[in-house]
Design a protein around this ligand. Sequence first.
Ligand SMILES: *[C@@H]1O[C@H](CO)[C@@H](O)[C@H](O)[C@H]1NC(C)=O
Ligand SMILES: *[C@@H]1O[C@H](CO)[C@@H](O)[C@H](O)[C@H]1NC(C)=O
Ligand SMILES: *[C@@H]1O[C@H](CO)[C@@H](O)[C@H](O)[C@H]1NC(C)=O
Ligand SMILES: *[C@@H]1O[C@H](CO)[C@@H](O)[C@H](O)[C@H]1NC(C)=O
Ligand SMILES: *[C@@H]1O[C@H](CO)[C@@H](O)[C@H](O)[C@H]1NC(C)=O
Length: 399
Amino acid sequence: MEGSWVSLWALLLFLTQWASAIVEDGLLNNGNFETPPTGGFPNPSMAAGVGTTSLPSWAINGTVELVESGQLQGRMILVVPEGKHAVRLGNEAEVSQNVELEKGSTYAVTFSAARTCAQLEELNVSAWGAATSAASTVDLQTLYNVEGWDAYAWAFQAQQEDGAETKLAFKNPGMEDDPTCGPIIDNIAIKKLFIPDRLEDNAVINGDFEEGPWMFPNATLGVLLPTNLDEETTSLPGWIVESNRAVRYIDSYHFDVPQGKRAIELLSGKEGIISQMVETTPQKQYNLSFTFGHAGDSCQAPLAVMAFAGDQAQNFHYSPTGHAKHQPANLTFTARAERTRIAFYSVYYNTRSTDRTSLCGPVVDDVRVWGASGSARSNGPGFIGLLLSMVVLLGLALA
Ligand SMILES: *[C@@H]1O[C@H](CO)[C@@H](O)[C@H](O)[C@H]1NC(C)=O
Ligand SMILES: *[C@@H]1O[C@H](CO)[C@@H](O)[C@H](O)[C@H]1NC(C)=O
Ligand SMILES: *[C@@H]1O[C@H](CO)[C@@H](O)[C@H](O)[C@H]1NC(C)=O
Ligand SMILES: *[C@@H]1O[C@H](CO)[C@@H](O)[C@H](O)[C@H]1NC(C)=O
Ligand SMILES: *[C@@H]1O[C@H](CO)[C@@H](O)[C@H](O)[C@H]1NC(C)=O
């Protein structure tokens, strides 16, 4: 009796260990760089540019520096996005961590990054393994807010066999004269994404934006979603950020979100476009509806959204009634193909009134596409078919 309990306990222990091998959603091990290295954190008053040789849970290649909030570099105070510590990547320096992932799943990595003094700051984020190879260069050039740092998300698909490891790496690809000018990174988290089912009365996937990359409960700046046009994977299931500037993924704890807990704030005017290809029936009439509004982040008026559905485009001005912070919008269109592109961007380049620098814009949420009543379906294909057969007959007669 006792023996069977022991073996059951051993089995449970084995099972939990086996299950816990796959990385869990949330902060990576020492993803905020707050675990002291052997010998303790370096003295921040020491000369900048001294690399660390030990970074718990991470592998290092090149000069990687542990920086502390308040640390000075010349006259500049270094920005530490979260907590007390972060790492700065020197010329071609890299930090990496091996994680075990679920084969075939899509993962989103969220991280915070700050630029320091380089002219062209970029960060190479990659996932490497025997079967997985995905990489992306995140542009840190554009400052989206006045805090001096931002959170970004990047997604990739895990191809590795279960049990094998994938190397998640962050590298500064730059070669600056001053090696202390590399980017600072902090707060690295991961999340396994799921693709929400398409609802019966809505052709849009994840139209409420509830599924997306990891967001820390205290992520006051939201998460920037950089372009993913060239990549098959997206950190916002269903959607593509098809512009050269990012859009911001926001939550209801820090922003006004029209519906649910998450939404998208459109930034950078025409340079911040999100789109989705939705399944449609050619010649059928559809209705695109969405909610848009103010994020409650002191974004300066006027706010307006440009919405596209197939060959239709319409400008929607934000003019809420009463105390409402958002308003509904709809657009009808006739599908021309089996897939129709819907897209949104901000008509204006808005900034916050508090600093006149931080980028902001209208919030879009609850996007739906469904077959409109009184559709052209009844005479559509029939009439076109008749026309086509007449053309064919005419062609035959002429030949
Ligand atoms: C370290 O980085 C250098 C230069 O980027 C590269 O050639 C080398 O292979 C890297 N070493 C390891 C162990 O990854
Ligand atoms: C950075 O990543 C890109 C892929 O996005 C890759 O083509 C490039 O070689 C990488 N650069 C360096 C220096 O590793
Ligand atoms: C944010 O939350 C994490 C845990 O979720 C905590 O470790 C961290 O200290 C918090 N950061 C701030 C700035 O409050
Ligand atoms: C739908 O659009 C029409 C025409 O733009 C407008 O009159 C109507 O109020 C809209 N309905 C909703 C619910 O937004
Ligand atoms: C599209 O949907 C809106 C909002 O539900 C509605 O007001 C409008 O009448 C619809 N248009 C058509 C053509 O069905």
